[in-house]
Design a protein around this ligand. Structure first.
Ligand code: 13P
Ligand code: SF4
Length: 302
């Protein structure tokens, strides 16, 4: 029996749901029950009936799953899989920031810790930030955290002024306009898709700035055959699998999130069979407060 088959048999036996983010290793994605972007995974966790969720992604995503499905046992197969950007805005620092802007609405990218979510009014993902920001009252100041690049890109798209927290994704933030220009010169007919965590100067050179789920939908429906992809290279697995007749080239091969690559299929096996990984434990009061901005987001987006 292959490792894949053993994992699938154990998941069935234990009635566990394996969720995987679009950036995880190909073999982990192939063993999952559901693969998606942050918004799709939140929705899946909210609707989950399983007793056990094996969450292959990074810690803030597993925390979100636990908050939305508190009765389930949520396991992060590799406890070292974190998101450095989520750790850039601690709850304590956000409390101080709020005191300096007492009348502002606090909007947090879902890439934040559970503790930080307790301090905010509403969450967004890259898949719904535009829709949610456009629905907020025009006369309120908005504090946006922790991704200054996503925030700046949303200001450009919505025309809403946002006060930005100085965080960014170390993986997407490294992509430069020079890289995009060089890739375009080498692939003049390609459509360029980038993630809105990239710098505004990079987004300005792209044909589309989309969440990972948005890129999958865009690539499927676009008549184009050649794509340059400006996001974590893990997304190429699904893009190629779902569109075998099209060509996908990373804007550069080093757009890699080490944390998204930490969870191996062996880790998933150990979590299912041997009690490996970390069971996500959150204080009930923290979960109750952190759930509000997440549900506010889910209720407001289509
Ligand atoms: P998506 O919600 O677009 O999948 O993005 C999550 C993320 O962490 C991007 O770096
Ligand atoms: Fe965090 Fe960036 Fe990795 Fe996404 S790609 S999990 S934002 S470090």
């Amino acid at each position: 029996m292959t490792l894949h088959d053993t994992v699938r048999a154990l998941a069935a036996e234990k009635q566990a749901l394996i969720l995987a983010h679009n950036y995880t290793l190909p073999e982990v994605q192939d063993a999952a029950d559901f693969i998606g972007d942050s918004l799709e995974l939140s929705r899946k966790a909210a609707a989950c009936k399983a007793q056990t969720i094996i969450f292959c992604g990074v810690r803030f995503m597993a925390e979100t799953a636990k908050i939305l499905s508190p009765e389930a046992t949520v396991i992060l197969p590799n406890p070292h899989a974190g998101c450095p950007m989520a750790d850039m805005a601690t709850a304590e620092a956000v409390r101080t920031w709020k005191q300096e802007h007492p009348d502002a609405l606090i909007v947090a990218y879902v890439n934040t810790t559970a503790e930080t979510k307790t301090e905010v009014d509403i969450c967004v993902t890259s898949g719904n930030a535009k829709e949610i920001l456009l629905g907020l009252p025009a006369d309120r100041e908005i504090l946006f955290l922790p991704d200054a690049n996503l925030g700046a890109n949303m200001m450009a798209e919505t025309g809403r002024k946002l006060t930005l927290w100085p965080g960014c994704c170390p993986t997407h933030g490294n992509l430069t306009p020079e890289t995009v220009k060089a890739a375009r010169a080498a692939h003049p007919n390609a459509v360029v898709m980038v993630h809105p965590e990239c710098r505004p100067a990079v987004v300005a050179l792209a044909d589309a700035a989309l969440s990972t789920g948005g890129m999958l939908r865009y690539a499927k429906t676009s008549p184009a055959r050649d794509f340059l992809v400006g996001t974590e290279v893990g997304l190429l697995h699904r893009l190629r699998q779902e569109n075998p007749e099209k060509t996908f080239t990373p804007l550069e091969p080093r757009i890699l999130c080490p944390n998204m690559k930490r969870t191996s299929l062996e880790d998933v096996l150990f979590a299912l069979r041997d009690g490996g990984g970390e069971v996500i434990e959150l204080d009930t009061a923290v979960m109750d407060r952190a759930r509000k901005p997440i549900l506010e987001m889910l209720n407001r987006c289509s």
